[in-house]
Design a protein around this ligand. Structure first.
Ligand SMILES: [Zn+2]
Length: 191
């Protein structure tokens, strides 16, 4: 193999190593807006950037799909349909609950509360009943993201087996005793 070709192989390899792909740890700044109103629903601006393990269902599916192949320094803008984001709004997940079931809590529109069936939002309060919505607040909505790729690195074997990022921007477990998983990391890899 001549040296020029050898060099080209190295360069190409290096190139693919710094692209967002499954099993990479990506660090990004992002701003999410609702395309209809321009309202910002979430942003890392003024905070630490977001770090996530690619291909392990940490992010909504369309978000990762759109970033595949991006490199450090890239700025990407895309709009996801609700199917690619938080799914359709399911009308069956909107329910009427008698007010007295809230006990001590006085339900107010916009509150998010936890139940045995998961979190829900209060969407309407009437005299005797309260309308609650178990859908994700962004279900049924198209979402626009502006993303800047800050850093891309390979995940460690340990991160891959846990299904999440360790260290900066990720999960910091208690010190692990030899051979035993950390107490704060359960079998699902969810801490
Ligand atoms: Zn872990």
């Amino acid at each position: 193999m001549n040296s020029e070709r050898w060099l080209r192989n190295i360069l190409q390899r290096d190139d693919t190593m710094s692209e967002i792909a499954n099993n990479k740890v990506a660090t990004v700044h992002y701003t999410g807006t609702l395309p209809d109103s321009g309202e910002v629903f979430d942003s890392s601006e003024g905070r630490d950037p977001l770090t996530f393990l690619v291909g392990h269902k940490q992010m909504i599916p369309g978000f990762e799909k759109e970033l595949m192949g991006s490199k450090t320094g890239d700025k990407v803008e895309f709009t996801l349909t609700s199917e690619e984001a938080y799914g359709e709004h399911n009308p069956d997940a909107v329910q009427q609950v008698p007010t007295d079931m809230f006990g001590e809590i006085t339900p107010e529109v916009g509150m998010t509360l936890m139940s045995d069936m998961g979190p829900f939002r209060v969407t309407e309060v009437a005299e005797e009943s309260v309308t609650v919505d178990f859908n994700h607040a962004l279900a049924g909505k198209s979402l626009t993201f502006n993303v800047e790729i800050i850093d891309i690195r390979d995940a460690t074997d340990e991160e891959l087996s846990h299904g999440h990022v360790h260290g900066e921007g990720g999960v910091n477990h208690e010190e692990e005793t030899a051979g035993e998983p950390a107490k704060d990391c359960n079998d699902d890899g969810c801490c």
